[in-house]
Design a binder for this molecule. Structure first.
Ligand code: AMP
Ligand code: MG
Length: 424
């Protein structure tokens, strides 16, 4: 578990912000100050390491490549044998193929047939492409215009023995698993997974399998949160639905905080409901309630319950996802040991829709990025943007991020988008 933070109260008292209109950037900054990454580690096989965070540098135990080798199909020669102003004829003394090297050294006047990846024989220092020679039996004629060392990959040029191949704090992707294996390493030291407990609050919620009565709805947030956490590689603890009852909530907060590094709830932070949750959390820990200057996802609670970090997300299904991706994701990655926390790529594209936007808050509209027949990318909005319309997130492949000062958007305007899915 993480060390308890002593001065969470600093968030609520010492800062020069207005909790009724907290800028997105400021909220991120304040949260980041209180995050101490996990320190416990474990050893796992390279395959099991996919998606895990490295807890130690991976040091190369060997040179990559192990020996000087050819980057081309051609002939390994001694550069000193070549002529600057005309042809020279060398004798082919043998061959060096990938995995089947030439035995011995080449002497003056000799060359060796070499294929891509073949070890450069002793004595040779230059590779001449096969397209640049005339071969007649074992007589190889080579013209002028070559450079010493050309087409040759030097031993250790990718990685030298003792060099850092991968740094502590990186999340292992497919290429990293391959890279580690290429060094002959079978196990890596990674941080333990972050444990995250979560529950939904609300008297109106029923779980799947129960017939909703009038005014009741199925709890979907728990499934979204479960999925987002699972995709991030967290150890998840689903604590179900908790009624809006102080006794039940107190027990749920305490149980969750005792079992996990992070507690996430949805619902119960909006005006009206927040008051009794606020009193409860003041009793159990150090939690601040913010109204973030953003849409959707205005109310957000953050703080500590005992040693656990707490994120109180809004109840509306889209708000849950937006606040998760804009605040919780980075915090979880930092707590999990990611160093640096990878940026989510964002870039500008023309927007083909008309967007309604009032200045004064950051908006995260749901968009669909697509490419036209000519290969140009643009974004359009998914349609209705209500914070309860989860279909808008389901159809989206990006957020359209409209900054605080931005007003209405007319078609053709360049807008910032943040893609929801990466390729690795
Ligand atoms: P609240 O923040 O608790 O006032 O909830 C705001 C809105 O989100 C209300 O319409 C709730 O019914 C809805 N909501 C709250 N929790 C969930 C949930 N777990 N699944 C689906 N909708 C929810
Ligand atoms: Mg509620």
């Amino acid at each position: 578990m993480n060390e308890p933070v002593r001065d969470t109260r600093a968030i609520s008292c010492a800062d020069d912000y207005d909790p009724n209109s907290m800028p997105v950037e400021k909220a991120r900054e304040v949260i980041a100050r209180f995050l101490a990454p996990v320190t416990a580690t474990e050893r796992v096989s390279v395959r099991a390491g996919l998606g895990r965070v490295l807890a130690e540098d991976v040091i190369s135990p060997l040179n990559v490549p192990a020996a000087d080798n050819s980057a081309m199909d051609g002939y390994a020669v001694r550069f000193a044998d070549l002529k600057a102003d005309g042809d020279v004829m060398l004798k082919n003394a043998g061959s060096s193929f990938a995995g089947v090297p030439f035995n011995g050294a080449i002497a003056a006047g000799q060359c060796v047939r070499i294929m891509t990846g073949g070890v450069v024989p002793q004595g040779a220092d230059t590779i001449v492409m096969q397209e640049h020679v005339k071969a007649d039996g074992d007589k190889i004629t080579i013209g002028k215009g070559h450079k010493k060392g050309q087409n040759l990959r030097k031993a250790g040029e990718d990685l030298a023995t003792g060099q850092v191949a991968l740094k502590r704090g990186v999340t292992l992707h497919a290429a990293d698993c391959g890279l580690i294996s290429s060094l002959g390493i079978g196990e890596v030291t990674v941080y333990r997974r972050l444990r995250v407990a979560f529950f939904s609050t609300g008297d109106e919620l029923v779980s799947i399998g129960t017939q909703p009565k009038e005014g009741q709805i199925f709890d979907s947030n728990r499934y979204t949160i479960h999925a987002m956490l699972t995709r991030m590689g967290c150890e998840v603890l689903d604590m179900g639905v908790v009624r809006d009852d102080p006794k039940l909530l107190e027990k749920a907060f305490n149980d969750a905080a005792a079992a996990a590094d992070v507690v996430i709830t949805s619902g119960g932070v909006s005006v009206g409901e927040a008051d009794f949750v606020k009193d409860l959390l003041n009793k159990l820990g150090e939690v601040v309630f913010w109204k973030i200057a953003m849409k959707p996802g205005r109310p957000l609670a953050y703080g500590k319950i005992g040693a656990a970090h707490f994120f109180g997300l809004p109840g509306n299904p889209v708000s849950v996802m937006v606040t998760f991706y804009q605040f919780v994701r980075d915090a979880l990655l930092k707590l999990a040991g990611c160093d640096p926390v990878p940026l989510t790529p964002s870039f500008k594209v023309p927007c083909t829709s008309t967007l309604k936007k009032a200045p004064g808050r950051t908006e995260f509209q749901r968009g669909i990025l697509s490419r036209d027949a000519a290969g140009s990318w643009s974004v359009r909005v998914t349609g209705e943007q209500g914070s309860g319309i989860l279909r808008s997130m389901s159809e989206a492949n990006c957020f359209i991020i409209l900054s605080t000062d931005q007003g209405n958007v007319t078609p053709g305007t360049m807008v910032d988008v943040q893609v929801l899915e990466g390729i690795i």
